[in-house]
Design a protein around this ligand. Structure first.
Ligand SMILES: Nc1nc2c(ncn2[C@@H]2O[C@H](COP(=O)(O)OP(=O)(O)OP(=O)(O)O)[C@@H](O)[C@H]2O)c(=O)[nH]1
Ligand SMILES: [Mg+2]
Length: 276
């Protein structure tokens, strides 16, 4: 039986504090204009996606408790690269956040739109260490066709639980209680298709301005990262034992994004190292 989609529940207060302390460690790692320019990483990566101006960069800044870590702006289309941030101890990062360019901004010329659509499609379908997608949605617009098309790129990975999904309704400071309730119900309905037995799909009311949902989002992202690392370690441990028994080295086994995306990534044994 498929569980109905309910808004995420808050974990205990001490868990929230440690999760926020964890997201506060976010720092810039690198930027890339194309998928093949992104460093291969063995760390769980969490992508922030959504329409232009939805509040992706602001959400990252709020989680990081920094004003200008990710470049937020009133002008839509500001983020034009994939920007990566590492999270966790400096000498042993535990996850990456990826701020992706927004879509749906009318003034972007057609060629640029098509190019970015391809980058996003490739990223969502092929990025091997992708652990979760945070889809930021302006509740006054709801989930649009573009949002659904974006989700379609990653739908098979969400359906089997390989990639988790959190839909964050942003700027709820602009809504009254009744509007928030309606927005939640509409999003639940729009997401119904993605809720399968194995999928991990969450829904959250959020405001960077009023700090609504910030703690809960931090807690979910931390849990995703921990869960992913544990799963990857468990998946690889038997293979590593066999390899050790057979005396084979595993140094050449690092995942690449060109490889079969269905194969689970290897566990993060090393911090993310940008590669040329
Ligand atoms: N009232 C309110 N405004 C917000 C909130 N979050 C973001 N904004 C504003 O929305 C605008 C867009 O925010 P960004 O974070 O730059 O949006 P983005 O999704 O990164 O946009 P692109 O980089 O163009 O894709 C800025 O003016 C933010 O100040 C919020 O929670 N409440
Ligand atoms: Mg941005």
């Amino acid at each position: 039986m498929t569980e109905p989609l309910t808004p995420v529940a808050s974990p205990p207060a001490n868990g929230l504090r440690t999760a926020l302390a964890w997201t506060h460690t976010a720092r810039f790692l690198t930027t890339a204009a194309r998928l093949d320019q992104l460093p291969t990483s063995l760390l769980p990566e969490i992508a922030f996606v959504g329409r232009s101006n939805a509040g992706k960069s602001t959400a990252i800044n709020t989680l990081a408790q920094q004003r200008r870590l990710a470049f937020a702006s009133k002008t839509p289309g500001r983020t034009q690269h994939i920007n990566l941030f590492s999270v966790g101890p400096k000498d042993a990062p535990e996850a990456l956040f990826a701020d992706l360019p927004g879509y749906g901004y009318a003034a972007v010329e057609r060629q640029a739109k098509l190019r970015w659509q391809q980058v996003m499609a490739d990223y969502l379908a092929q990025r091997r260490n992708l652990a979760g997608v945070v889809l930021l949605v302006d509740p006054r617009l709801g989930l649009t066709d573009l949002d659904q098309r974006l989700l379609d790129f990653v739908r098979p990975r969400i359906a089997v639980g390989e990639v988790k999904l959190m839909v964050v309704l942003t700027k709820t400071d602009k809504l009254n209680r009744a509007e928030s309730t309606r927005a939640l119900a509409a999003a639940q309905e729009a997401l119904a298709d993605h809720v399968t037995e194995d999928a991990d799909v969450g829904l959250l009311l959020f405001s960077a301005l009023k700090r609504i949902g910030v703690d809960d989002l931090a807690a979910s992202l931390r849990e995703w990262a921990d869960d992913c690392r544990a799963r990857w370690t468990a998946a690889v441990a038997p293979a590593a034992e066999l390899a050790a028994e057979a005396g084979t080295a595993r140094a050449d086994a690092a995942p690449t994004d060109a490889a079969d995306p269905a194969t689970p990534p290897l566990p993060p044994t090393d911090p993310a190292v940008p590669q040329p």
